[in-house]
Design a protein around this ligand. Structure first.
Ligand code: PLP
Length: 367
C-alpha cells in the first residue's frame, strides 16, 4: 500500500463515533437522527481536513460533517443536472458539442456534503469500474469529442497504474486533443500528489487539472506544495469553487481565496451556484450574493483572480454565466457603461452618426 493510501485509511474520520471521540459529544447533538444523514451518503473527512478544523461548525467542518438539515428535502432534486438522462453509456455524460464527462472513480478522499453527485459517489455499483469498455468505445466512435473530463469521485484516488492506463487509452484516440482531470485531492490529500504521479501525468499533455478549493484556509503549505508539483509538471491548474452558505458566502473570504489560489499557481475558473441537490439545500444562498461577490472581485483585484460565475442549469442545460450589470444602455451611437467603482463612461460606437454633445463622451462621475 502507498503511504498516502495508508494515511487515508488510518487517519481519516470515517464514522460519527470517531467524530465524537475526536471533538466531543456536545458538538454532535441528536446522534441517533444524525446517523440517518450519515447513512444517506458516504462520510469521510480526510486527514488534512481533520487537521484544518479549528472548531466544530467552522467552514471546514460544515463541508464534511453530516447535518440534520440534510434530512429536510424541500425542492432538492436527486440528479439536479440530469446527468443520468444525458448518459448514452454508463460513466459518460455527453451534454456539449465537443466534450464529454467521464466518471472514472467512485471514491473521494473526503466527501463533500453538498456533492452534486451524492446519489452515486461513494458507491462502486453506481460508478462501475468494470464497465469502462463501453465508455471508451463511445469516446472512440464520437469523433466530435475533442476534450474529455475525467471525474468521479476523484480520479486521483486511483492507483498510478490505473491512471496511466486511462490516460494511455484516451491518448490513443486521435480526435481527443485535451484531457482534463477534476480532482479535489490537492486540497483533501496533498500527500497523493507524489513526484511519481506528476511524472506520469506529464507524459499525457495537453492535460489540465481543475481542482476544488472553497475556503482560503484550505491553501495549507502542503496543498500549495502539491499544486506547485503539478504546475512544475506543466499541468495548467484551474479551480472550481462552489458558493456555500456559511462557508464562503462573503466577498472578503472569496477575494482572499481567489488571491491565494493565484499565488499557488492556480487560475480560478468557475464559481458555481450550489446545485439544487436533495440533501444539500442548506448550503444554498441567493444568486444576488454570487453577483455581489463577482462585483467585489472584478476591478478590485487581479483580473486573473476573477472566475466565471455560473449556474449549472437544473435539468441539464449546462453552465450558464451570470455577470453583474456593467452596461447601462446600448444604442447604434453609444454604449453607456459603469466601471467597477460605479463611475459611468460612454463608449462611442464605430460609425456613430448622431454627433452627440462632446461632454457626453467624457467620464461622468455618478453620485
Ligand atoms: C462542466 C461540464 C463540462 C465541461 O464544461 P466546460 O465549461 O468546458 O468546463 C462538460 N460536460 C459536462 C457534462 C459538464 O458538466
Amino acid at each position: 500500500m502507498e503511504p498516502w493510501q495508508q494515511l487515508l485509511r488510518k487517519q481519516s474520520i470515517a464514522s460519527l463515533d470517531a467524530l465524537v471521540a475526536k471533538f466531543g459529544a456536545e458538538h454532535v447533538p441528536d446522534l441517533a437522527r444524525l446517523r440517518q444523514a450519515a447513512e444517506n451518503f458516504e462520510f469521510r473527512i480526510s486527514p488534512a481536513m481533520v487537521d484544518l478544523i479549528k472548531s466544530p461548525g467552522d467552514p471546514i467542518w460544515r463541508q464534511y460533517v453530516p447535518d440534520l438539515q440534510e434530512l429536510e428535502v424541500h425542492d432538492g432534486l436527486v440528479d439536479s443536472l440530469a446527468e443520468d438522462a444525458h448518459s448514452p453509456v454508463p460513466n459518460i455524460t455527453h451534454r456539449y458539442p465537443d466534450r464529454a464527462l467521464f466518471l472514472v472513480s467512485p471514491v473521494c478522499a473526503a466527501y463533500c456534503r453538498f456533492c452534486t453527485r451524492r446519489r452515486k459517489v461513494g458507491d462502486p455499483k453506481k460508478i462501475p469500474m468494470a464497465e469502462l469498455e463501453s465508455a471508451f468505445r463511445y469516446l472512440e466512435e464520437h469523433v466530435e469529442i475533442r476534450d474529455v473530463i475525467m471525474s468521479g469521485g476523484d480520479p486521483l484516488l486511483l492507483s498510478d497504474r490505473r491512471i496511466d492506463e486511462l490516460c494511455k487509452r484516451l491518448r490513443a484516440i486521435p480526435h481527443i486533443e485535451v484531457i482534463r482531470i477534476g480532482s479535489r485531492v490537492p486540497c483533501h490529500l496533498p500527500e497523493r500528489i507524489t513526484p511519481e504521479l506528476c511524472a506520469l501525468l506529464k507524459q499525457y499533455h495537453p492535460l489540465y487539472i481543475n481542482t476544488h478549493f472553497n475556503h482560503p484556509d484550505e491553501l495549507t503549505p502542503a496543498a500549495v506544495a502539491a499544486l506547485g508539483r503539478l504546475a512544475d509538471a506543466g499541468v495548467p491548474l484551474g479551480c472550481q469553487t462552489v458558493l456555500l452558505k456559511g462557508v464562503n458566502d462573503d466577498p472578503e473570504v472569496m477575494k482572499r481565496l481567489m488571491q491565494k489560489l493565484l499565488a499557488a499557481r492556480v487560475r480560478p475558473y468557475y464559481i458555481y451556484m450550489c446545485d439544487q441537490v436533495a440533501g444539500a439545500e442548506h448550503f444554498r444562498t441567493t444568486v444576488e450574493k454570487g453577483l455581489e461577490i463577482i462585483r467585489a472581485l472584478r476591478g478590485w483585484t487581479s483580473g486573473l483572480a476573477v472566475p466565471h460565475f455560473v449556474i449549472d442549469a437544473p435539468g441539464g442545460g449546462g453552465k450558464i454565466p451570470l455577470l453583474p450589470e456593467y452596461v447601462e444602455s446600448i444604442s447604434d451611437d453609444a454604449v453607456v457603461l459603469k466601471n467597477y467603482a460605479g463611475k459611468r463612461y460612454v463608449y462611442r460606437q464605430p460609425g456613430a452618426h448622431e454627433p452627440l454633445p462632446p461632454t457626453e463622451f467624457e467620464p461622468v462621475l455618478v453620485g
